[in-house]
Design a protein around this ligand. Structure first.
Ligand code: SF4
Ligand code: SF4
Length: 271
């Protein structure tokens, strides 16, 4: 994101909208630090401002009520903030938008947000079958953001254990070598709000993988959350729970259920 110095009046209204403190005042005009800016688009998103009120008579209650009207307005009153798409498109910097701006669809997958359907929608996608676990590591959220140097620490550690990175996740396409978990050099310093590492392995590898994640967490300069995805066993039990208990890890009891999507469960790799 950039600011047109000629248009900026130095009012400072844009500063609180940046979650990464990338906007500051220099010589009475706002400037955006291009290293800190993750291209999330928050500073150019519209906000709603009250545009007026209308008095409406209600016969049923014999009273007058005031109905408020709102209009969309730019966060910058002078339209000084702009996204230089022509300069960004096709360069490594474009990944910042794809991984940080929820209004942008990733060009490889067409999926908005971080560009992936995520293994947590497995009841629809059927990416993970019985006897397997899916692992999703959401790096950078909340608040801190991340770059691909940090993401690579995790992907290399897990690649050594033979996980298979999700093909339909755009992160995998930024890798130099998905077998080793290394990223292309040109993307490594790009900063994003968050990126989701997604991979799959056999259920029996779960404890080894989780131990490796615990170990690599000590080397990370950001935060992450961890999702484990599996299918119910035929008797209705959740196969990962006993292994988690052994490791002293307590899963948070929440779920995402996609009712009524009309797609059958895929429960075996051969199916
Ligand atoms: S809101 Fe617009 S005019 Fe005000 S400081 Fe920010 S860029 Fe400048
Ligand atoms: S695009 Fe996002 S990170 Fe960049 S300056 Fe605007 S609000 Fe801050």
């Amino acid at each position: 994101m950039l600011i047109d110095k000629e248009k900026c009046s130095g009012c400072g209204r844009c500063l609180p909208y940046c979650p990464y403190y990338a906007i500051s005042m220099v010589d009475d005009v706002a400037v955006i630090d291009q290293v800190l800016c993750v291209e999330c688009g928050n500073c150019i998103r519209h906000r709603f401002a009250k545009s007026g009120e209308k008095a409406i008579y209600s016969a049923s209650s014999d009273s007058v009520i005031l109905k408020k009207h709102y209009k969309k307005v730019n966060r910058c009153p002078n339209n000084a903030i702009y996204e230089p798409l022509d300069e960004i498109d096709g360069t490594p910097r474009e990944v910042r938008r794809f991984f940080s701006n929820p209004a942008t669809s990733h060009k490889l997958t067409g999926v908005p947000g971080r560009g992936t359907e995520e293994v947590k929608t497995n009841d629809v996608t059927g990416r993970i079958c019985r006897g397997e676990i899916g692992i999703a590591i959401e790096m950078g959220r909340p608040c801190l953001g991340t770059n691909f140097v940090e993401v690579e620490k995790v992907t290399i550690a897990l690649a050594k254990l033979g996980v298979e990175y999700e093909h339909d996740n755009p992160l995998t396409h930024l890798m130099e070598d998905p077998i080793k978990g290394t990223f292309k050099e040109e993307y490594k310093q790009e900063r994003v709000i968050s990126a989701i590492v997604e991979c799959r392995t056999k259920l029996e590898n779960m404890e080894t993988i989780l131990e490796a994640i615990k170990e690599v967490a000590n080397e990370l300069d950001t935060v992450f959350s961890l999702d484990l995805i599996c299918c119910f066993d035929e008797d209705g039990t959740i196969p990962v729970l006993s292994g988690l208990e052994k490791l002293g890890m307590t899963p948070r009891a929440n779920a995402k259920v996609n009712l009524g999507m009309g797609r059958p469960l895929v429960i075996s790799r051969e199916a």
